[in-house]
Design a protein around this ligand. Sequence first.
Ligand SMILES: [Cu+2]
Length: 189
Amino acid sequence: MPAQWMVGIAFVILGGALAAGFVWIALDARTEEWDGVYKRAGLLRRRWFVGLLAFAVVAFAVSMTWLPYQFVRAAQLPGQPLAVAVTGQQYAFNLDTQCLPTDKPVEFSVTSKDVTHGFAIYSPDGHIVGQTQAMPGYTNVLRVSLPTPGTYILRCDELCGPGHPFMQRQITVGSCGGSAGACGASACG
Ligand SMILES: [Cu+2]
């Protein structure tokens, strides 16, 4: 069953249970003084709030390890990375290498000389494999693994001016004069 369906069914069940609780209290109120109904409704709301709060805290803590924070990516992609400096400037990316290896992580340090740009890496089959922002006065670090050799495309995915649609360049992964899977020494530095 698709995840969206499971989430939808869980939402309907939980929402229905909450609504049923309030309906039950509302119907019960016809034969009961307001004070008792008010207390039970308040209790239900407080328990619901505490339950949601506990769920949110747990979900936040667990999902931290799913997000591409630097400490998470460093743990997922261990090893000494190839450091690549990237500077965005209307409307091009400046990199200090033309070739990236397939056999170790690549760590991009991304900044900008003018406005905020996006920095998105697209694999040869057109899938996005990593993304961060190129921001003036700040360096974002993006660690990725590129195990598939080929020609990748770096695209700006943040509207940065009239020339934004043309802000892209190619970069080779895995065959820069050496055998596939390894960069030539001069190209990779
Ligand atoms: Cu742009």
